[in-house]
Design a protein around this ligand. Structure first.
Ligand code: HQG
Length: 185
């Protein structure tokens, strides 16, 4: 498979496993897992022009080569789920963890007034997403225009009782970041 095919399948998997499983009549359990055989069958039955016919090998290749490790199989490879980024309600069974003293969030200028007034909110997703390095935050922000990087005082947030989680693929998650913990880099 070429890179473009892999990217298209990754986008398709993100869409059905994070946002809209009903588009292909796929069932996710409460922890966000889909049965791989069902995913393959329903993806192929409801195939669109953006991705090739799927089989287990192709999905494995996408899972293994994915730049952000967006997806995980369960131990016996019969189930698959997205590691983070859901807009549908799923319980990823993450335990609170102590984050590094500072984390970063990449955004764009048009959101800054509201962010400085209301803080960083989860918007349509289940959590606010934060990165441990500036480079990743720059990439996240650049998806929407010229990135603006915000440094988050997670040290103080932890002291003040906010909880943080780290996804399987190393993205830091929390419920909100109030303005007083945000500093523009
Ligand atoms: C902004 C990608 C107005 C926020 C990335 C962001 C990430 C506000 C946008 C993951 C706001 C939400 C998540 C407020 C936050 N007022 N705007 N109060 N609070 N915003 O896509 O963090 O490639 O839901 O700054 O790499 O951009 O898909 O979140 O610009 O890890 O795996 O509202 O998605 O991962 O956008 O990205 P998103 P995000 P994948």
């Amino acid at each position: 498979m070429n890179e473009k095919d892999i990217k298209n399948i990754s986008k398709f998997l993100s869409y059905v496993l994070r946002h809209s499983p009903e588009t292909i009549h796929l069932n996710l359990d409460k922890n966000g897992w889909a049965i791989v055989d069902e995913l393959i069958e329903k993806a192929n039955k409801n195939r669109n022009e953006f991705h090739k016919e799927l089989d287990f090998e192709i999905i494995s290749q996408v899972v293994e080569t994915n730049d952000k490790k967006r997806f995980t199989f369960n131990d016996d490879l019969t189930k698959i789920r997205a590691n983070q980024g859901h807009s549908i309600t799923v319980d990823l069974e993450l335990q609170p963890q102590t984050p590094p003293d500072e984390l970063y969030h990449g955004t764009v200028a048009k959101f800054m007034d509201t962010i400085l007034k209301d803080g960083i909110q989860k918007m349509s997703r289940q959590h606010v997403h934060l990165s441990k390095d500036k480079e990743t935050a720059i990439k996240v922000g650049n998806r929407r225009g010229a990135a603006i990087i915000l440094k988050i005082n997670t040290y103080q947030m932890v002291k003040d009782g906010y909880l943080f989680y780290c996804s399987e693929n190393g993205v830091w998650l929390t419920d909100e970041v109030p303005p007083k913990y945000i500093q523009r880099c």
